[in-house]
Write a protein that binds this ligand. Sequence first.
Ligand code: DGL
Length: 276
Amino acid sequence: VKRIDPDLPIGVFDSGVGGITVLRALRAALPRESTLYLGDTARVPYGTKSADSVLRYSLQASDLLVKRGIKLLVVACNTASAVSLDRLREHLAPLPVIGVVEPGAEAAVAASSHQRHLVLATEATVSRRAYTRAIRERMPQAHVEELACSLLVALAEEGWTEGAIAEAVASAYVASFFTRPEPERPETIILGCTHFPLLADAIRSAVGWRPILIDSASTTARVVARTLEQTGSLSRNSGRAKLTLLATDGPARFARLGARFLGEPLAESDVELVDL
Ligand code: DGL
């Protein structure tokens, strides 16, 4: 077995800037770990593309990260996790590959007592029913509904994450689930898309009562920490962890939107343009 070099960065891959919500949780949970993030901004969105395209893009993106040197790959994109995770694991073995769907499903099952879940995600993620499968593996009697909410992605990118418009759009998607008689209402809302944690407040207001919101970013960070511990590959670095950002198009736009998702300022010069 090839030894993992603990001083290599954690690779994080997403279709664009949204996966920075996962990067942010990783950096908070594992402040000593360097990270190498690739956003495939030239080809975003993945959520409306066919499974064949998403798989091909995912393989190309992960090959680039592996070539640069990483000790573990996080597939921060829900769509890529739902479509390509098994193939990526096969392709990259023995490199550990962690997606966001399984940790999200685990968190939802743990948080819910009646096991009634509503998954908000992209079209491609919903068509794979990946969350439904992951939840039912853990809780066979769980009731799971999945809803494609493509417009919410655009709102988050535009920075319209609060106020009347965000709430109206969120309401158009989810309100009808919550006017049902109480026993039929979802108990959790799983934010099954990288962009949706930014809209958590708008979604809460649209629902009008307090469902449990599940955001897979922090759960994924915990799974990464556990995996690094178990494989003895936590960083030995005592200095500042390095953050490297790569994008396949538009470093300026990446920096502008990415700063919002990261919660830290970013300049165009912080983002390296790459070709896959
Ligand atoms: N990153 C995608 C996801 O989490 C959302 C954006 C896209 O469609 O590419 O599903």
